[in-house]
Design a protein around this ligand. Structure first.
Ligand code: FES
Length: 322
């Protein structure tokens, strides 16, 4: 493998999984084993052209010879999914990070309720297969626009876990649609809820769960895109680079990352939407205006770190540990 920070891998197999969704099997470029991962993990993929994107691993975590990712070609994409679909072919060499997990199974849960929307199935399927493998109590719901846009449907139906998975199609009959109120209306002790999918889906699931009294520690979620809303209250402020004392102005229409970059200070970014945590930076002084969906409420309240790709400042100045 290349070094401890990145792994050199090769695309060993590319396969169509559904309309606009392909899976990619990555193996070590030198034929060695790959670092272990747990269900819910993702890797950063350095794409041709310099983009960095994160994709959940969707093969069983007890495999060490490959990582599998699946990518939706998204017309709204900022370039990542288009680059994957256009440029990753069998044989393509890539650098990826080691797997990281911000969306792990709660091992003390008595029961697991897994909800996937669209391409959000990737970490959820990995979790379901893991729970099936260890004989845990779980139930999975998989919502998609239509049957032909449902990746891994045969893999699910043809396996033992098929009996625990309910499919819900937007274009299907009303009685097969997911009834969130019925599913989540009565939170149960020891049941943990996991959700991954488009923002509207996640907002609906989490909103229903919270309104029904689910406690935050029972809710597990991973956003893969989020719209960062500009607000009238957004104002100009300054950031201070603690290591040099340099003061850099951030204009109202600029992100902190953009202002830093214009001043020659580069912060690594990937999603640029407050989703992935790649740009997470320690705040030494000042009060950030958090706009991300990555940090937990407790982490946000501590105000000692923020995501400069989208978050701003409530104070006139933020001193950053850069
Ligand atoms: Fe993803 Fe900032 S780059 S959270």
């Amino acid at each position: 493998m290349s070094n401890s920070a990145t792994l050199a891998v090769r695309v060993a197999r590319r396969q169509r999984e559904a309309v606009d969704i392909d899976s990619f099997e990555l193996i070590a470029a030198d034929g060695s084993g790959l670092p272990p991962f747990s269900a819910g993990s993702h890797v950063d993929v350095h794409l041709p052209g310099g983009l960095l994107r994160q994709y959940s691993l969707c093969n069983p975590p007890d495999e060490s010879h490959r990582y599998q990712i699946a990518v939706l070609r998204d017309p709204q994409s900022r370039g990542g999914s288009a680059a994957v679909h256009a440029q990753l072919q069998e044989g393509t060499l890539l650098q990826i990070s080691e797997p990281r997990n911000h969306f792990a199974l709660a091992h003390d849960a008595r029961r697991h309720l897994l909800l996937a929307g669209g391409i959000g199935v990737t970490p959820i399927l990995c979790m379901a297969e893991r729970l099936q493998h260890i004989g845990a109590d779980y139930e999975m719901h998989y919502c998609t626009r239509s049957a032909d846009r449902t990746a891994f449907a045969d893999r699910i139906r043809n396996a033992a876990l098929g009996a625990r998975v309910a499919f819900h199609f937007d274009d299907g009959a009303p009685e097969q649609k997911l009834d969130l109120q019925r599913l989540l209306g009565q939170p149960q002790d020891g049941t943990h809820l996991y959700v991954c999918g488009p923002k509207g889906f996640m907002d609906a699931v989490l909103g229903t769960a919270r309104a029904s009294g689910w406690i935050e520690s029972q809710l597990h979620y991973e956003f893969f895109s989020a719209k960062v809303e500009a607000s009238e209250a957004d104002a100009a402020f300054e950031v201070v680079v603690a290591s040099t004392g340099r003061v850099i102005p951030v204009a109202k229409a600029q992100t902190v990352v953009q202002a830093l970059s214009a001043a020659g200070v580069d912060v690594q970014v990937a999603c640029e939407q407050g989703v992935c945590g790649t740009c997470l930076t320690r705040v030494i002084e000042g009060v950030p205006d958090h706009k991300d969906v990555y940090l937990t409420d407790e982490e946000r309240a501590a105000n000692d770190q923020f995501t400069p790709c989208c978050s701003r400042s409530k104070s006139a100045r933020l001193v950053l540990d850069l």
